[in-house]
Design a protein around this ligand. Sequence first.
Ligand SMILES: [Fe+2]
Length: 224
Amino acid sequence: MNRRGGRPRYSLKEATELIHTLPALPYAPDALMPHISPETLEYHWGKHHRAYVDNLNRLVSGTAAANTGLEDLIRGSSGAVFNNAAQHFNHSFYWTSLSPRSGGPPAGPLADAIRTRYGSFEEFRTAFIQQANSHFGSGWCWLVSKPDNRVHIEVTHDAGNPLRSGDTPLMACDLWEHAYYIDYRNARLRYLESFWSIANWRFAQDRFAQSLSRVDLAAAAHRT
Ligand SMILES: [Fe+2]
């Protein structure tokens, strides 16, 4: 690889090894206003997420890990490869956990599962905000589906990812300061409260439906 004008230039051989790519944002940079600004997205997606992808490609290039899928890397790697693989997954998941058109509350089987676990959507939201706001340092707050289909709020440190513990992520909220510092400075609580105006429940509901169908298939296979 040579560099010109500070921008990386890759040979064809190197380019074929760059298996991980930065996904396009699923909305316009100003679509999440007034909750998340274009400037935040410019830095968060365009610089932070891009750096994780570039780091991951550099780390796995020419190694056996170059042929390993992202989720398998998260489940089976450690150190810098894990950190950058998980941060690539986590950010890709976060962008799709947000939408300018999908505020709450959720509907369907996911809404039922949340009510069963937390009593009501309002009690779930209060618990989510409390756990996310009290988390010390960087990390992520997730809504996950457990293997038995119970839903659960899970907070992970740094690049932590629920796939490591066998859970299915349904929704992600980034707790790193770079997610909110431009728009909210150090007021993580205000960022967490505004998250619910742009939470993509349609995406979470689809993920939960897929999780339910996988369990149904597994149960049917077990019976035969
Ligand atoms: Fe982030």
